[in-house]
Design a protein. Sequence first.
Length: 63
Amino acid sequence: MKKSTTLVLGILFAINTIVAALNISQIPALIIIVVISAPVTITCLIYWWCAGTKDGDIPFVGY
């Protein structure tokens, strides 16, 4: 996955998390969206931060 793709996914999941968090008072079931989207946002942004600038690819994390 490319560095730019990871950044776009991180931003989209962040928007998803914020919108769901703002609407939890009206629809309590949105807590599931927040619980799932928040860690994905953090993970995507960490991968974007750690990606190499030379080739722009995400490094292999390992087993």
